[in-house]
Write a protein that binds this ligand. Structure first.
Ligand code: PLP
Length: 415
């Protein structure tokens, strides 16, 4: 994605960036917080916290329907945030940017609405074995409803899904390819551009789950050529409860509404209703106005730093972290694909992942343990859970050293 770069991006001033995140000043169990659970949710910079607070303090009103000053102000701020998302993804039009609750809701919207129009008994939806449950269960539900079949391209031993495994499963029955851009459990980066090109060559649309990509690398939906792209605000340093469905206008236009209610209609009689234009056709009810505005502030924040620089910083940290974890006796990394983002999933010999997480927590180190909402990944590796450290823009090599030291101490406790 940053292939067009001609010179290496300038290094980040991480010390300065850390000052933007008030929570990083706090201690946990009397120790400085080492926050390495960014794949679950990232921390919020002051700019995001203040944008939400400012909206409530100075502009709070319902949007789109009001003629009064505050409502117009709130509407303008909310729609300005939509334009920020459009620019961030390089979408062609704000008609293609639908505010939703998060990546999960976006996939459910497409499964339900696109599914209704396009998927019949005997059809196939193609996913991969590394999908988050949010890009799996909605398709399973659609298949159960329609009699379609879910086909999954398998993961190899490194946690990669080779392109041929995906391509060879696209058939004339495939109605949609739905794949993660970056795996939350393994860190694997899938070759989404090539997947889109191959699927399109066979006339099959592609949805990309970008929940773990958008915070860590520049995404250009027009360069990718994808049909749908989904992500959550809270993983890209924005608020919870807001996310984005990008859809190509022609596709969204042809799709029926998902939820019915206020704002998504053009007219209503007791007998029937007609639908609003895009993107409002998919935005029933009062949205998360403050969340949308906060998301706009988050995208401004990461854009000002530069996604290329964030990607380079996290790639350097991933290399350091991989080396450090490999140096700890008894640690096995799960997920070693050649193309990886900042996720370190690991096992410690003879110690349950939950114990690793609980003991590290006592040292102020926050990691995640469990199946990471990707149980099929755990099944593939024959394990119940992993411990997972996941990186963000404010993480440092010192924090990874603290993690490695912490794991050594866990190993000693269980020796
Ligand atoms: N997809 C991936 C790859 C994720 O990592 C996650 C969350 O961890 C989701 C989808 C779901 O995101 P949300 O719970 O914000 O809807």
């Amino acid at each position: 994605m940053s292939a067009a770069r001609t010179s290496p991006p300038a290094r980040l001033d991480v010390k300065r960036i850390r000052e933007d995140f008030p929570i990083l000043e706090r201690t946990v169990h009397g120790r400085p917080l080492v926050y390495l659970d960014n794949a679950a949710t990232s921390q919020k910079p002051r700019a995001v916290i203040e944008a939400e607070a400012r909206y409530y303090a100075e502009e709070n009103a319902n949007i789109h329907r009001g003629v009064h000053w505050l409502s117009e102000k709130a509407t303008a701020s909310y729609e300005a945030a939509r334009e920020k998302v459009r620019a961030f993804l390089n979408a062609a039009s704000v008609h293609e940017i639908v505010f939703v609750r998060g990546a999960t809701e976006a996939v459910n919207l497409v499964a339900s609405s696109f599914g209704k129009n396009h998927v019949r008994s005997g059809d196939e939806i193609l996913v991969t074995g590394l999908e988050h449950h949010s890009n799996l269960v909605p398709w399973q539900m659609l298949c159960a409803e329609t009699g379609a079949r879910l086909v999954a391209a398998p993961i190899d031993d490194s946690g990669d899904v080779p392109l041929e495994e995906i391509v060879s499963r696209i058939s004339e029955r495939t109605k949609l390819v739905a794949v993660a851009h970056v795996s939350n459990a393994l860190g694997t980066v899938l070759p989404v551009r090539e997947i889109v090109d191959t699927a399109h060559a066979r006339g099959v649309p592609v949805l990309i789950d970008g929940a773990q990509a958008v915070p860590h690398r520049a995404v250009d939906v027009r360069a990718l050529g994808c049909d749908f792209y989904v992500f959550s605000g809270h993983k890209v340093y924005g608020p919870t409860g807001v996310g984005i469905l990008y859809g190509r206008e022609a596709l969204l236009d042809a799709m029926p509404p998902w939820q019915g209610g206020g704002d998504m209609i053009a007219s209503v009689t007791l007998e029937k209703s007609t639908w609003n234009v895009l993107p409002y056709k998919f935005e029933a009810g009062t949205p998360n106005i403050a969340g949308g505005i906060g998301l706009g502030a988050a995208l401004d924040y990461v854009s000002a730093i530069g996604l290329d620089r964030i990607e380079a910083h996290e790639a350097a940290l991933l290399e350091i972290g991989t080396g450090l974890l490999r140096s700890v006796a008894g640690v096995r990394l799960v997920g070693t694909a050649p193309e990886k983002a900042g996720v370190l999933s690991f096992l410690l010999d003879g110690v349950h992942a939950h114990d690793v997480g609980t003991i590290l927590d006592q040292e102020g180190i926050a990691i995640r343990t469990g199946h990471h909402c990707a149980q099929p990944v755990m099944d593939r590796f024959g394990i119940p859970a992993t411990a997972r450290a996941s990186l963000g823009v404010y993480n440092t090599a010192e924090e990874l050293e603290a993690l490695a030291q912490g794991i050594r101490r866990v190993a000693e406790v269980f020796a």
